[in-house]
Design a protein around this ligand. Sequence first.
Ligand SMILES: Nc1nc2c(ncn2[C@@H]2O[C@H](COP(=O)(O)OP(=O)(O)O)[C@@H](O)[C@H]2O)c(=O)[nH]1
Ligand SMILES: [Mg+2]
Length: 315
Amino acid sequence: MSIADDGASLAEAVLGGSVRHTARLIRGLADGRAGAREALERLFPATGRAWTVGVTGVPGAGKSTLCNALIASWRRRGFRVGVLAIDPSSPFTGGAILGDRVRMQHHAGDEGVFVHSLATRGHLGGLSRATAAAAHVLDAAGYDRVLIETVGVGQDEVDVVRTADTTVVVLVPGLGDEVQSIKAGIMEIADVFCVNKADRPDASLLVRQLRQLAQLGGGRGAAPAVVRSVATVGEGVEELVDRVESLAAAQRGTAAHGVRRAERLRHEVVVEVAGQLRERAEALLGDASLDAVLRRERSPMSLAAELVEGLLGPL
Ligand SMILES: Nc1nc2c(ncn2[C@@H]2O[C@H](COP(=O)(O)OP(=O)(O)O)[C@@H](O)[C@H]2O)c(=O)[nH]1
Ligand SMILES: [Mg+2]
């Protein structure tokens, strides 16, 4: 165990701005290491300052390109930016995640930008747990803006963006059923719709459709804003950042935002309970107890009930 693997020194290094230790802590938390958990405990009182922004949308919508431009704009405004890139199309660290790194590499060498990729698989207890923990670390490490890029497909990804203070849903014209798919679930979490690839035909049509949809109201109260961008050339990015910043300025410290953060932390506790119980149950579940299920002498349900009773005591 190296010196910075114990919780106290790891926490101190992260608070002191060490990029290497920040990355190590995030990995340690994803792997469920005890030292990492202790470090997070020590860091947690320093959290709550960052404004987190979730960026979601289908693969290829231009999220990484847009995030790159957002980072540049925030840097010009004097903010330090932490980025968590999540992409389920990448089976292990490589593939699309590497692509994200390449698209964000303009910022390599800038100590005010931290980029970390989280694979969707291989996290004990799920992506939303690992992401929430990593976001706390970046918050404590003093990043003013924490950007979370995720593909808006499964429930896990919706859960991830739900944890953000502001959620940007990126859409592109010409996919046909875009607006339909929004109605199905993303609508309720969107604060800003960004029509990217506005250099393509039908961008104005999509903007109009989204404005109509937005009138019906988002799940977070106010009607979501609709902006358009061409991320590859940075067009529309300042407006997008202006919009996010005005939401942040208007909401920070309000009772409504306090309620939202409280709900988020409550949700995080519940997700943690489920995750930690699952870890304990998996540790308890030896091959011997599974044998009876494999022989079909008892059901998975009765074994599960026995394990839960073993963990929590009888009902
Ligand atoms: N024409 C056009 N292409 C774009 C725009 N934004 C991104 N792209 C391209 O779309 C592709 C996918 O972009 P990427 O940022 O990786 O999308 P992601 O999967 O949502 O992160 C890349 O080839 C980008 O260069 C845009 O505004 N207009
Ligand atoms: Mg991407």
